[in-house]
Write a protein that binds this ligand. Structure first.
Ligand SMILES: *[C@@H]1O[C@H](CO)[C@@H](O)[C@H](O)[C@H]1NC(C)=O
Ligand SMILES: *[C@@H]1O[C@H](CO)[C@@H](O)[C@H](O)[C@H]1NC(C)=O
Ligand SMILES: *[C@@H]1O[C@H](CO)[C@@H](O)[C@H](O)[C@H]1NC(C)=O
Ligand SMILES: *[C@@H]1O[C@H](CO)[C@@H](O)[C@H](O)[C@H]1NC(C)=O
Ligand SMILES: *[C@@H]1O[C@H](CO)[C@@H](O)[C@H](O)[C@H]1NC(C)=O
Ligand SMILES: *[C@@H]1O[C@H](CO)[C@@H](O)[C@H](O)[C@H]1NC(C)=O
Ligand SMILES: *[C@@H]1O[C@H](CO)[C@@H](O)[C@H](O)[C@H]1NC(C)=O
Ligand SMILES: *[C@@H]1O[C@H](CO)[C@@H](O)[C@H](O)[C@H]1NC(C)=O
Ligand SMILES: *[C@@H]1O[C@H](CO)[C@@H](O)[C@H](O)[C@H]1NC(C)=O
Ligand SMILES: *[C@@H]1O[C@H](CO)[C@@H](O)[C@H](O)[C@H]1NC(C)=O
Ligand SMILES: *[C@@H]1O[C@H](CO)[C@@H](O)[C@H](O)[C@H]1NC(C)=O
Ligand SMILES: *[C@@H]1O[C@H](CO)[C@@H](O)[C@H](O)[C@H]1NC(C)=O
Length: 761
């Protein structure tokens, strides 16, 4: 069954789409991450298969001791990069991580040589990475050095098909100028830096709180040139944007005969910011704009890819459900792409088929996909395969090649979470049951944490049988703490507890990273037991996470140096966050039940005590989080402000970026249209935003029995906090002085005593 797909890919030249045949990019990676050891490695690109595995058309590598050097052979640069990481993790026991960065320099000063040959073979030709919205939830304020870490991470994890949205507004601006719209007609169409993804999707248009500066457009374009060059050097084929059809309103004024329709209204945004104008592919201007967009990218970046991301109906229903209409839309769009670049392959996120499944009946999906006459000209991202796969109901997208993706996270929410069985067992099951499956990928809305369950799927792309997660977690622990197998055994205990609890969700009614209820607007009802993809239900025994916390703490009693180990610090904060989150949930439930039993004679003493428990938890959590930059609001805000640089007017621009940064993680929209969707457990946000929201609410509850409770009064107090926080500079730093004692101090003096007092530990 697999052979059918593979020979199809080869015939179509897909396998030849790999970007580079030079190993210089890998040498440069070593120079960046392990400068004293560049000469220890010898990379060799080979053409013939290295292993006996059946899928020779995919990527192969082999690591061996090559005349005293560490020899890495591979049939592509991506294969070599994967082999290099395999050396790092399995032989030298070091790795590269999100948040804590590269730990490759922790390898022994004399690098161990591999014993014998270690070989690997990918089971799918493509390893995909990014969701369109990751570019707003995670990367909008990234500097080049943030990108460098990310791209090294991607390469070493075998990713060879990343999405590359940065800087697109430059291309779009110039394309609209080419059809004689003016800059002042175009700029108001764009959204702010933290909201661009939804503008690119056509969900929203325009920007609240200020206009997107031209300096942003130019700066992001310069950044994109570096990103693409690096992607190519590291053996990745970028997926570039294309023209979707969404245009400034001014277009129909300038071209009154243009064939345009209104996109649908998104998430109750006021019409001013949504109902985006969609230029239909049947209009000659559509093809013209497509040609401009593709040509400009080829001119600026080179003819570097065949893959174009193009989503027209993401949470945005077509103007008509008529089958002929839908087929015409794709047919016209596809032709415009092929006219602009004969090699073009249309990459599409399949999210709509799940999110808007009322509209997207099977016959409409089939009609829409059938407009692309050659199946191989399209690539569908089955976006949420671990929980809501759509490939079965669409009979594998009616023949279009597709990729199995783990989505996992919404809005960059944090919470320990995984579906370790689904991303191993079910991914392999899909491969064995769909001859159109050509890749595995990661499509998180935000790159938040839980890194192990993301690497698990990327590593699964190199194993024909489901990965044994017991062994995988064990190896992860050894490597993560720069282990030589003599690290305290309770570190293994902690992760084994997590593997079988928080990381093994099988209750797919609540099916993604959970949200802490303290991140939600306080309420007497509706906060607990939420399901769906921002669940607040806890689907495991919370004691397991408490036990993991204790196991981690015991490890530091055995080895005090762990307190200075960046990986340990990160994980300790993360697990403490979860313990406090779960404790807050149960303490809140207790408080509400006390409050509800209270009739006209409230026991204000008891209620006040229980309210204090909630605020103590938030105060302490804020202290713990604030010990690390990756868990701090200031990191997000400072990176936003830093992008304003030293231009004229830079402090106004910095304020606009900061407003964007604050608004996205709180109100998400000018008036809280999707309030708290992208909430974060960050030091500074917990202390200066969630805590005041709860404080004002609790103050009211404690003195107000149920029969006198007025939701609008409670809401007004909370809303004042929400609105106040939007202002640049507000709140930040109020609690800064308390961080001085460091993680160990906070844990010993605050977290431990508090959890003991509440009876958690
Ligand atoms: C290689 O094998 C020897 C003997 O079995 C062992 O002592 C050594 O640790 C191994 N080295 C590596 C890097 O696996
Ligand atoms: C834009 O304006 C130029 C100069 O007036 C004209 O030649 C060109 O045809 C116009 N483009 C379109 C798409 O109308
Ligand atoms: C925006 O779209 C929504 C949904 O299609 C529709 O109800 C509304 O009337 C539209 N508003 C405007 C101003 O076009
Ligand atoms: C679809 O396109 C065909 C050919 O251009 C046209 O005849 C037909 O009217 C279109 N159908 C719809 C519903 O737009
Ligand atoms: C880009 O390169 C491909 C071959 O890799 C070729 O088929 C295609 O025509 C080129 N596109 C353009 C616009 O030159
Ligand atoms: C995920 O795993 C559970 C438990 O094994 C199984 O019931 C479910 O069908 C799987 N879901 C998907 C989407 O593969
Ligand atoms: C390996 O273990 C020993 C003994 O616990 C310890 O002294 C040493 O620092 C460890 N090495 C690394 C790289 O963690
Ligand atoms: C996950 O939970 C399911 C259902 O309880 C169980 O069958 C499976 O063995 C568990 N897997 C792990 C890794 O704990
Ligand atoms: C939440 O779910 C738990 C477990 O099913 C249940 O005991 C509890 O009553 C529920 N709480 C609310 C407020 O619905
Ligand atoms: C209070 O208790 C009543 C009766 O048990 C229940 O119906 C109501 O939902 C509770 N209200 C809250 C806010 O918990
Ligand atoms: C009110 O709560 C306090 C603290 O738990 C307790 O000591 C007191 O007995 C309660 N009062 C009444 C009237 O139940
Ligand atoms: C609590 O939630 C309900 C239902 O969504 C809502 O009507 C009410 O206004 C909320 N209360 C507060 C204080 O926000």
């Amino acid at each position: 069954m697999r052979l059918g797909v593979i020979s199809r890919l080869v015939t179509l030249g897909w396998a030849a789409a790999v970007a580079t045949t030079s190993t210089k990019g890998l040498q440069d990676l070593l120079e960046r991450r392990l400068p004293n050891h560049c000469d220890d490695f010898v990379f060799t690109l080979v053409e013939s298969p290295l292993t006996n595995a059946s899928s020779h058309q995919n990527d192969d590598y082999a690591i061996s001791n090559s005349n005293g050097s560490i020899g890495i052979q591979g049939n592509s640069v991506s294969a070599l990069a994967t082999g290099l990481r395999r050396y790092f993790t399995d032989v030298a026991h070091v790795d590269i991580y999100w948040f804590i960065g590269s730990r490759l320099d922790q390898a022994p000063s004399s690098l161990p040589r591999p014993n014998g040959t270690v070989a690997g073979s990918s089971i799918v030709p493509w390893r995909y990475f990014f969701n369109t919205v990751t570019f707003s939830y995670t990367t909008p304020f990234w500097s080049w050095s943030d990108w460098e870490l990310e791209l090294d991470w991607l390469a070493l994890h075998g990713v060879n098909l990343p999405l590359a949205w940065v800087g697109f507004e430059k291309i779009l601006l110039e394309s609209f100028l080419d059809i004689n719209l003016t800059t002042s007609e175009i700029i108001p169409f764009f959204s702010g830096p933290a909201f661009q993804s939804w503008n690119r999707f056509g969900n929203i248009q325009g920007s609240w709180g200020g206009e997107l500066p031209l300096s942003w457009i130019d700066q992001q374009f310069e950044l994109q040139k570096k990103i693409l060059e690096r992607m190519l050097e590291l053996g990745m084929t970028p997926t570039l944007p294309a023209f979707t059809g969404f245009v400034p309103r001014a277009l129909s004024e300038r071209y009154p005969n243009a064939s345009v329709v209104n996109g649908s209204r998104w998430e109750d945004f006021p019409p001013e910011y949504t109902n985006t104008t969609f230029l239909e592919p049947s209009d000659p201007l559509f093809a013209k704009l497509q040609e401009s967009v593709i040509e400009k990218q080829i001119e600026y970046y080179g003819n570097i890819t065949s893959f174009y991301t193009l989503d027209q109906y993401n949470e945005n229903d077509p103007f008509s459900g008529d089958l002929d209409y839908l087929r015409n839309i794709t047919h016209g769009t596809w032709q415009s792409l092929k006219d602009a670049n004969p090699a073009a392959i249309w990459v599409m996120q399949g999210w709509l088929f799940y999110s808007n499944s009322d509209f997207w009946t099977n016959e409409r999906i089939e009609a829409y996909l059938s407009g692309v006459e050659n199946d191989s000209d399209m690539l569908i991202l089955d976006l949420f395969s671990e929980s809501q796969p759509q490939w079965q109901r669409t009979d594998s997208y009616y023949g279009k090649p597709w990729i199995w993706n783990e989505l996992h996270d919404y809005g960059g929410n944090q919470g320990l979470y995984g579906q370790v069985d689904n991303v191993t067992i079910n991914a392999i099951e899909a491969l064995n049951n769909s001859s159109d499956l050509v890749g595995f990928g990661l499509t998180p809305e935000g790159q938040e944490g839980n890194e192990i369950v993301y690497t698990l799927l990327l590593d699964q792309a190199w194993s024909q049988t489901p990965i044994d997660t017991t062994q995988y977690f064990h190896n992860w622990v050894s490597t993560r703490y720069t282990g030589n197998n003599t690290i305290p055994s309770t570190l293994y205990t902690a992760w084994e507890l997590l593997r079988t609890s928080a990381y093994n969700n099988t209750n797919l009614v609540s099916n993604a990273v959970p949200k802490a209820i303290y991140e939600l607007a306080p309420n007497v009802t509706g906060l607990v037991n939420r399901t769906g993809h921002h669940p607040t239900s806890i689907n495991y025994n919370p004691q397991s996470v408490v036990d993991a916390f204790n196991a981690l703490l015991n490890a530091s009693k055995e080895d005090d140096a762990l307190w200075t180990n960046a990986a340990y610090q990160h994980d300790f904060v993360d697990i403490t966050r979860q313990v406090i989150s779960n404790t807050f949930l149960s303490s809140y439930t207790t408080l509400i039940s006390t409050w509800n039993k209270t009739s006209s004679q409230p026991n204000t003493t008891l209620l006040a005590q229980q309210a204090t428990t909630l605020t103590d938890l938030l105060n302490t959590l804020d202290d713990v989080l604030s010990t690390l930059p990756q868990f701090s609001l200031s990191t997000w805000i400072n990176s936003a402000r830093a992008l304003a640089g030293n231009t004229t007017n830079s402090s106004a621009v910095a304020d606009f970026y900061e407003y964007n940064a604050r608004n996205q993680i709180t109100l998400w929209g000018p008036e809280g249209e999707i309030n708290d969707y992208a909430s974060k457990s960050w030091g500074g946000l917990v202390g200066d935003y969630y805590l005041p929201r709860w404080q004002v609410f609790l103050n009211y509850i404690v003195v107000t029995p149920p029969e006198n409770y007025d939701a609008s009064v409670a809401r007004a107090g909370v809303k004042a906090v929400e609105d106040g926080f939007q202002v640049p500079g507000s709140g930040l730093g109020m609690r800064r002085e308390r961080v001085a004692k460091g993680l160990q101090g906070v844990v010993e003096e605050d977290v431990g005593p508090l959890l003991e007092r509440i009876g958690v530990v």
